[in-house]
Write a protein that binds this ligand. Structure first.
Ligand code: 5GP
Ligand code: ZN
Length: 111
């Protein structure tokens, strides 16, 4: 039972912006910026704290996908923020690893 796994499998609807063999990206349902995309691995990993020597490539791969989407959506020059929340104090709401890509406005607040 994981809503992002269901989105990836097409069991739940989403606004998809990217898909390849191992990664999937879609618009955040409650956007905090004009561009707010979530990049997820298709393989279920709960959180960034579960990244280790075996699966550390996932982080780099998600950044590559985010950079590509940023170019496609024309926010590569204006800039963007990449965020991963881990656990309760960071406000992680969905326990399927995801990278937030946010841009399209000035975000002058502390990380
Ligand atoms: P977190 O707080 O876990 O880092 O971020 C979870 C994000 O997923 C939130 O920004 C939230 O708006 C988004 N989200 C939660 N449920 C859904 C959903 O069913 N569809 C989409 N597209 N986004 C969702
Ligand atoms: Zn999942």
């Amino acid at each position: 039972m994981c809503i992002f796994c269901d989105i990836i499998k097409g069991k739940l609807p989403c606004d998809k912006v990217y898909e390849d063999e191992n990664y999937f990206a879609f618009k955040d349902i409650r956007p905090k910026a004009p561009v707010h995309i979530l990049i997820v691995p298709k393989k279920h990993i709960e959180k960034v704290a579960d990244i280790d020597g075996e699966n550390k490539n996932v982080i780099g791969d998600m950044v590559v996908v985010a950079n590509r989407i940023a170019k496609d959506l024309d926010i590569d020059k204006s800039g963007y923020r990449l965020v991963i929340n881990n656990g309760p104090d960071a406000g992680q709401e969905v326990y399927h690893l995801h990278l937030h890509l946010m841009g399209g406005k000035r975000m002058i607040f502390a990380a």
